[in-house]
Design a protein around this ligand. Sequence first.
Ligand code: SF4
Length: 280
Amino acid sequence: MSVPPPIHTEDVISAEPHPRPDGPPSYLSPSSASTFEQCQRRWKFRYVDRLPDPPGEKALIGTFVHRVLEELFARAEPDRSIETARHIARQVWPEIENDQAYKALNVEAEHGRRVRWDGWRLVEAYFAMERPDEIDVVEREQRIETQLGDVPFVGVVDRVERRDGSLVVTDYKTGRAPNSRYEADRLHQVQLYAAALDSMGARPDTARLLYLGARSIEADVTSETIDAAVGSISATWSAVNAALDVGEFDPCTGPLCAWCPYDDRCPEGTVEIERRYGPR
Ligand code: SF4
């Protein structure tokens, strides 16, 4: 099989815009916009029909790592040591184990220890990338609700920090770092966050993705990047509303169908998976 889709940790923490109780979502988040852009039908299953899309093991590992880093950056600078992180990890892990999504994975105890270990190794890898006691944190896990152009936008920003007098918005990633050709594409989400912060009067200078255990990539935030981010999500919002108006949500088949939780409801997706990987 090909490489699995990137994990939007936002999907499994508090950021996800829940649909209105009486209808389709009244706003977009980076992950819901990304789902719509990837496949309208999948978006409809999730955000209109509200069918479950439980996070898998890797997404739960991402949640664990985000929680540990969130708590680490709640401490004063001198206390942001790896020993403190280990202590936090011990406190946070039961939250993950008690999560319904984790329980649904039904993992054996030994496998569970491996999942926890995989998460912890990412935290260790983080410490090899930067010194948390030197980060001048302005915000962490900041929930944002704002208007981007005509789009009601909701998201959670992992971290905003001050660096040499400028403002940096950072998003942690637990997946694989992209090939250099795809860096701009991957930065799109954090540029959206930059645009959202700008709309609230706090324009960052840099948008950065921190691939734990690998490297970080970053780009300047400018009027052009903000206009591009707002233009892009506005186009998606228009397409969402057009699809809702006519009730048509086109399938977009491809390798991601193999990771779609709704493939058994989607004839085109089933055909695509069998074409790629053989009869099931
Ligand atoms: S199976 Fe493929 S085409 Fe069907 S909803 Fe899922 S991602 Fe879209």
